[in-house]
Design a protein around this ligand. Structure first.
Ligand code: CDP
Length: 368
């Protein structure tokens, strides 16, 4: 139910208050594409970081600096399917020397949260507008304990999971393999005989999928519709399928919600493709691991041969990795990119211990 009054009691007796969330982002150029994609990213982050349902959004005001006029930013909200929300675009006051190419938003919501529980979101160059908030969001955890979030991103075979497991043991924190979640979605799609590239069918499937993560002695278990499927998600079909389903926003929205929830409750090393850039933009540490395509394929080939998987051919492993690299990097929503503030490590000529020690040294230096 939408309400413009300041306090509202729901049928369940919960007191809802009208509150406002601020946010801002910047674009590289005054183009329709940039304005829409940056605004979309900002709105999705505001929604996810504050756990808002569309029906709780009352209105959104957008302002654009004078150097932007290629598109109404409100169009991005419509594209997200927010058809019932009242939207308004306006021009920002032109103060000499102020931040250029900036999109600001003010989102009014009905909520049962207190003001201090809201997350205001400042992305890209707009982080400079509210450094206090950017910093606070980076350190604030649910129970106030001293916790740590480490994001490791990169393409297949760059060494993410091997390194993340070592870090998790040495630092005594859990390791969340987000790829396993996309793999579980692909497994369900394959079991239901869906084409893993059919976004409409996947959107429908996502409405009642049930994915849960549990940890047993530090080992991650992935439950799909109540059953542990950890041993069933490493086949070639699931691997290619996971890269296909990962393109679909409805899939990512659901996975990211679970990932953020876990990171807000526990210290975690999380690996994936969009962790530093999208899932945990305020992670304490962000690393981007990379290696040449040939080396990554060689590692994956040897790993699969080592596991005794049948019918493994190097050229096919290389082709699969190439396919996934392209899919991951070219998708519109939350693609594989190095976050601006991530530390990139080229692991092509580095041993596992070398990479792990390099990262551990950096973490310990800043953290202990
Ligand atoms: O271990 P590997 O790098 O082969 O793949 P994975 O981490 O298990 O991820 C499987 C697939 O899920 C990837 O090819 C990506 O397309 C997708 N993925 C993603 O889009 N975002 C993530 N955070 C993690 C995985």
């Amino acid at each position: 139910m939408k309400c413009f009054c300041s306090v509202l009691k729901t049928q369940e007796g919960i007191i809802m208050t009208v509150r406002a969330i601020r946010g801002a982002t910047t674009v590289n150029e005054n183009s329709r594409k940039d304005i829409l994609s940056s605004t979309r990213e900002l709105l999705v982050q505001i929604k996810e970081q504050n756990n808002i349902k569309e029906d709780d959004i009352i209105s959104i005001f957008f302002s654009l600096t004078d150097d932007l006029n290629a598109e109404f930013p409100a169009a991005a909200a419509r594209e997200l399917g927010w058809l019932e929300v009242a939207l308004m675009c306006t021009k920002e006051i032109e103060i000499p020397g102020s931040l250029e190419k900036c999109i600001r938003v003010m989102v009014h919501i009905n909520t049962n949260k207190q003001n201090f529980e809201l997350n205001h979101v400042y992305l890209k160059n707009a982080k400079s507008l509210r450094p206090d908030i950017v910093k606070r969001n980076g350190t604030k955890k649910a129970d106030g304990a001293d916790m740590i979030n480490i994001a490791i991103d990169g393409p297949a075979g760059a060494g993410k999971s091997t390194i993340a497991k070592i870090l998790s043991k040495k630092l005594g924190v859990i390791y969340l393999d987000t790829g396993a979640m996309y793999r579980a979605v692909a497994l369900k799609a394959l079991r239901e005989n869906l084409d893993t590239r059919d976004s409409k069918a996947l959107e429908k499937m996502m409405r009642d999928i049930n994915i849960k993560i549990e940890f047993e002695n530090g080992e991650q278990k992935i439950l799909l519709d109540g059953k542990n499927v950890s041993g069933k998600i490493r086949t070639k079909e699931v691997t290619i399928g996971s890269s296909n389903v990962a393109v679909v926003p409805a899939v990512r929205l659901k996975m990211v919600e679970i990932q953020r929830q876990i990171a807000s409750e526990k210290s975690v090393v999380m690996d994936g493709r969009d962790i530093g850039s999208h899932v945990l933009p305020h992670a304490d540490f962000k690393f981007f691991l990379n290696a040449s395509l040939g080396e990554r394929a060689r590692r994956r080939y040897e790993e699969q041969i080592g596991k005794g998987m049948p019918g493994i051919i190097y050229e096919e492993v290389l082709k699969d990795i190439e396919y996934r690299d392209k899919n991951d990097s070219s998708r519109d929503y939350a693609p594989l990119v190095k976050a601006e503030d991530a530390i990139e490590i080229d692991t092509t000529n580095m041993g596992i211990d070398q990479v792990a020690n390099k990262i551990l040294d950096m973490v310990k230096e800043k953290n202990v």
